[in-house]
Design a binder for this molecule. Sequence first.
Ligand SMILES: Cc1cc2nc3c(=O)[nH]c(=O)nc-3n(C[C@H](O)[C@H](O)[C@H](O)COP(=O)(O)OP(=O)(O)OC[C@H]3O[C@@H](n4cnc5c(N)ncnc54)[C@H](O)[C@@H]3O)c2cc1C
Length: 548
Amino acid sequence: MAEVTSKKVEESNGESLFVLDAAVIGAGVAGLYQLYQLREQGLNVRAFDTAGGVGGTWYWNRYPGAKFDSASYIYQYLFSEELYKGWSWTEKFPGQPEIERWMNYVADTLDLRGDIQFDTTIESAHYDEDRGRWTLTTVAGQVIDTQFLVGCCGMLSAPMSDLFEGQSSFKGQIFHTARWPRETVELKGKRVGVIGNGATGIQVIQTIAPEVGELKVFIRTPQYVNAMNNPQYGPAEVEEYKSKFEYFQERLPNTFAGFEFNFDNGAWADQTPEQRQAVLERIWNNGSLELWIASFSEMFFDEDVNEQVSEFVRNKMRERLKDKELCDLLIPTDYGFGTHRVPLESGYLEAYHLPHVSIVSVKDNPVKRITPEGIQLTDGTTHQFDVIILATGFDAGSGALTRIDIRGRDGRSLKEQWQQDITTTMGLQICGYPNLFTTGAPLAPSAALCNMTTCLQQQTEWITECIQHLRTNDLQVIEATREAEDAWVKHHDETADATLVTKTNSWYMGSNIEGKPRRLLSYIGGVGAYRQKCTEVADQGYPGFEMH
Ligand SMILES: Cc1cc2nc3c(=O)[nH]c(=O)nc-3n(C[C@H](O)[C@H](O)[C@H](O)COP(=O)(O)OP(=O)(O)OC[C@H]3O[C@@H](n4cnc5c(N)ncnc54)[C@H](O)[C@@H]3O)c2cc1C
């Protein structure tokens, strides 16, 4: 086995230089577990995060109403029974403060803090082919030398926060939801504008609507919504879910989306309309993402089935909205249910019944700029605000990595490459970038098409095992071959193109960013199937990967 570099900090021109076996970018769900595993393997490893604390998504997204859409008892690490059972959730879908506390519990229980450098942004990562090592530079000018680089940078961590001309001229307060300040923001009685009504916008809107003085929601694309059923948990419920630990360990990695439910309702074609309706009603009443990722799989492939399920959801929305005008503004008709990220909500639709809440449709009259007073639309209309909330989402999948100046072999730039075509090998490596591993990256299952703890555990475990394989066999470098990457991209595209998801414009397809190459960012062949493919590659000694 290759010798482990002893932990050292060298002095270079008076600056401390970390010489590492592995550097992990990010201290969210993926980064924490990656750090833990590589350290357990005996590597000299350190994690770096721009954030001032652990949690990633759950550190940054502290906007009003931020919460899980995964059930708390499955959004968990399942490698340790002690870790799982040492934490008790208070409800099925808890809010950000509780989730952030849980992430801190994980970091403390696994004693990770000492190996994480917070408030540190990795600005560049350059590969030196002669040395087979990466040189990282932080924004503060610190230099890190490492053999392996693991980008656990997050699928939804590069906020689209600087979208509109004139933002800095606004005289009030303006916040992107993923950069919400730690201190309390007073919204009571204020005139508030929210741009965006995706999963995040919906959580914000339903939460702040009762307290603000006036709320205008700028809507480009109406969303199908699914009412959340959020029971509180006392000792009996906690004991009940904890007793299923082993079941979850077995079950979650093998379902379509890493949740506890799967497409177990039989084939659509085999059922009468009444039977289908009964299934949909039962699942609807569960109030989770089950309707989307575990009702009828035909919904993803068959336009007719999709339309019938879409109509079921539209009817549920119609029943709750008070008039036709609101139905026209809030109920989608030009794309199918489930081809966008489906948000869960609690009272979101009813928020629009409040007299001080209104909708500004920006489908045909987009936001032009932010002025000192508020938001100006293309037709010149201006809406005045005290606070503007940008629920404008993320440069999903690729954004966190392309915001770093990553240079692989021969100085090739990942940013330039992905401006042309976003490709990876199973989302775990990229041809041309030896010893760089990624999690939550494009072309691996992610973001709501996967319960992310399930996927990120599997991906980090694969990376850990791969590095172990190299060290056991005295190998220093691994890189995905062009053939393997092309084959994965082909398989990914064939799988994706068979679904209706690729026929819709959404951030899943990169459509929220002008000029972003169009490709489904998440693998949609199923979490269980993906895991099997990854395991096969490892078991067969990493065919499709060049090692020396
Ligand atoms: C509001 C919201 C709600 C969500 N709800 C769910 C849910 O219910 N279920 C679910 O499965 N998923 C959900 N997700 C997806 C969520 O992102 C994942 O569940 C998971 O938290 C991702 O973990 P991660 O470690 O991959 O990345 P992240 O948690 O995004 O962490 C990445 C970290 O990398 C750091 N980083 C990035 N670039 C750099 C750099 N250059 N230098 C230093 N640090 C850097 C970031 O600061 C960040 O802290 C949600 C996402 C959002 C935004």
